[in-house]
Design a protein around this ligand. Structure first.
Ligand SMILES: CC(C)(COP(=O)(O)OP(=O)(O)OC[C@H]1O[C@@H](n2cnc3c(N)ncnc32)[C@H](O)[C@@H]1OP(=O)(O)O)[C@@H](O)C(=O)NCCC(=O)NCCS
Length: 180
């Protein structure tokens, strides 16, 4: 097993195709009309400063996640945080601790002090609670949404942070970007 961490700009186009195929197994892409080339370009454009985590078994991509440096505004406070998105293990390779290994690689940046918090949305809080994360209850908005700045940029049922011991502020949280 090899876990490779790299900025999305360093990911080769053929690797992007593998990532998109892996993601597609869990979250099917219904846009069948869009050419692959455009989807690849979209990968680089979407949160372009993201860091990608690719878990390989031999040459096969079996797991993936991405992290995004954020500055969130909660009421009058500006908070630095690391966003986590797209954590995904190939269906044939699940429940073998690979998801845990990828998550731990991301959370290492919090434990080392590089970022004070990790934040993400999820439908499966139990998986993350086992690794020291907790659900938070803030209302989320995105002031950079030109159409509806008060629309929740997240779509999953739960938003969580790491560490569970965090003194996370209450109040409206402006993510200042689309969800991930
Ligand atoms: C969620 C996912 C990443 C977990 O990866 P995985 O490699 O299968 O899980 P792991 O083997 O690392 O599991 C670690 C622990 O979490 C538990 N777990 C695994 N999947 C879980 C789930 N969906 N819900 C709750 N707990 C889960 C395991 O049983 C294990 O528990 P243990 O430590 O008590 O034995 C993987 O199932 C997946 O890709 N799911 C589809 C995409 C998805 O839902 N991603 C999360 C988006 S927020």
């Amino acid at each position: 097993m090899q876990l490779i961490e790299s900025p999305s700009s360093d990911i080769k186009k053929n690797q992007v195709v593998d990532i998109l195929e892996l993601i597609n197994l869990t979250w099917p892409d219904d846009d069948k009309a869009k050419p692959l080339e455009e989807k690849v370009t979209g990968f680089y454009d979407d949160h372009s400063e993201k860091i990608c985590y690719c878990l390989y078994k031999d040459k096969e991509l079996v797991g993936y996640a991405e992290s995004i440096p954020l500055t969130i505004k909660i009421e009058k406070n500006w908070l630095k945080a690391l966003g986590l998105g797209g954590l995904n293990v190939h269906p044939d390779w699940r429940v073998k601790r690979y998801g845990k290994a990828i998550l731990e690689a991301v959370l290492k940046k919090i434990d080392s002090g590089e970022y004070p918090f990790c934040i993400f949305q999820t439908g499966i809080p139990n998986f993350y609670e086992k690794l020291g994360c907790k659900v938070i209850k803030n209302k989320f908005i995105n002031s950079n949404n030109q159409v509806d700045p008060f629309k929740n940029p997240f779509w999953d049922e739960y938003v969580m942070v790491y560490p569970a011991s965090a003194q996370w502020p209450t109040g409206t949280a402006d993510l200042r970007r689309e969800g991930f």
